[in-house]
Design a protein around this ligand. Structure first.
Ligand code: CTP
Ligand code: MG
Length: 228
C-alpha cells in the first residue's frame, strides 16, 4: 500500500501566541513541520507527502522539506482546517484510489508504526483514527454547575493521522461542503455519512502542541530522551 500523507500546517497558531504560525516554530532547533514530516518519510505505508501551509511560508516549507524523497507538493491552505485538507487532496494523482492520511503538523512525535497501523485499518475498514483513553472523570456542566458525571469509558480523545480510502473521504467532503457544515476533523465528515470509522490505539507521545506549555513539555521530552 502506498498512501498519500497530507500534513496540515496552515493554521495561525493563535493559542500558541507566537509571532509565526506554530508549525514553523523551532522545537529544540527544528521546526514542528520538519519534525512531523520525518515519520511519514519513514513509514512504509506512505508513498507521497503533501504539505499544506500558510501562503507566506510556502518557499520556507519547500526549503525545509526539500530533502524528503516522498515530498510531492507544498501548497497554500485555507481559512478552515477542512479548506486546507481539500487543497491537499487536490494534489492526489489522477485516479488515486489508495489511502489518504491527514496529520496535524502540530503533532511532531507521531511514530511510523502508528502511521502504518492507521493506514492498514483505513484500508481494511474505510476510515480509521488513533484514540487515547480519557483519564479524567468527566462532568457535564451547565452555567458553571455540575449537572452529571459521565462514564468516561464511553469516550476517547481523537488524534491524527486520520486515514481514509480516498474515495470515501472525497465523498464525505463533497457532502460536508454541499451541506455548508464545518467539521472539526476529517472523521466527522465520514461519520455524517453513517460510515464506519475504526479505532486504533493512540500514542501518549503523539500529543498536539497547542499552547506554550505544550512546547515546554515537548522540549523537556526531547531533553530527557537525549540524556537516556
Ligand atoms: N490547520 C490548517 N488550516 C487551518 C487550520 C488549521 O492547516 N485553516 C492545521 C494547523 O496548522 C494544525 C492542525 O490543523 O497543524 C491542527 O489545528 P490547531 O491545533 O487548531 O492549529 P491552529 O489552528 O494553527 O491553532 P489555533 O487554533 O490555536 O489558532
Ligand atoms: Mg485551530
Amino acid at each position: 500500500m502506498k498512501g498519500l500523507a497530507i500534513l496540515v500546517a496552515a493554521g495561525r497558531g493563535e493559542r500558541m501566541g507566537a509571532a509565526r504560525p506554530k508549525a514553523f516554530l523551532p522545537l529544540a532547533g527544528r521546526p514542528l513541520l520538519a519534525r512531523s514530516a520525518e515519520p511519514f518519510q519513514a513509514a512504509s505505508s506512505v508513498g507521497a507527502i503533501v504539505a499544506v501551509v500558510p501562503p507566506e511560508e510556502i518557499e520556507n516549507a519547500r526549503a525545509m522539506l526539500g530533502g524528503l524523497s516522498k515530498l510531492r507538493a507544498v501548497v497554500a491552505g485555507g481559512a478552515r482546517r477542512q479548506d486546507s485538507v481539500l487543497e491537499g487532496m487536490k494534489q492526489a494523482p489522477e485516479g488515486f484510489a489508495d489511502v489518504v492520511l491527514v496529520h496535524d503538523a502540530a503533532r511532531p512525535f507521531v511514530e511510523p508504526e502508528l502511521i502504518d497501523a492507521v493506514a492498514n485499518a483505513a484500508a481494511a475498514h474505510g476510515a480509521a483514527l488513533p484514540v487515547l483513553p480519557v483519564v479524567d472523570t468527566l462532568k457535564r456542566l451547565r452555567d458553571d454547575r455540575v449537572v452529571e458525571t459521565i462514564d468516561r469509558a464511553e469516550f476517547g480523545a481523537a488524534q491524527t493521522p486520520q486515514g481514509f480510502r480516498f474515495g470515501l473521504l472525497t465523498r464525505a467532503y463533497e457532502q460536508a461542503f454541499r451541506d455548508h457544515v464545518t467539521v472539526t476533523d476529517e472523521a466527522m465528515a465520514v461519520e455524517r455519512l453513517g460510515e464506519v470509522v475504526a479505532v486504533v490505539p493512540g500514542s501518549p507521545r503523539n500529543r498536539k502542541l497547542t499552547t506554550p506549555e505544550d512546547m515546554a513539555w515537548a522540549e523537556a521530552l526531547l531533553r530527557e530522551e537525549a540524556r537516556a
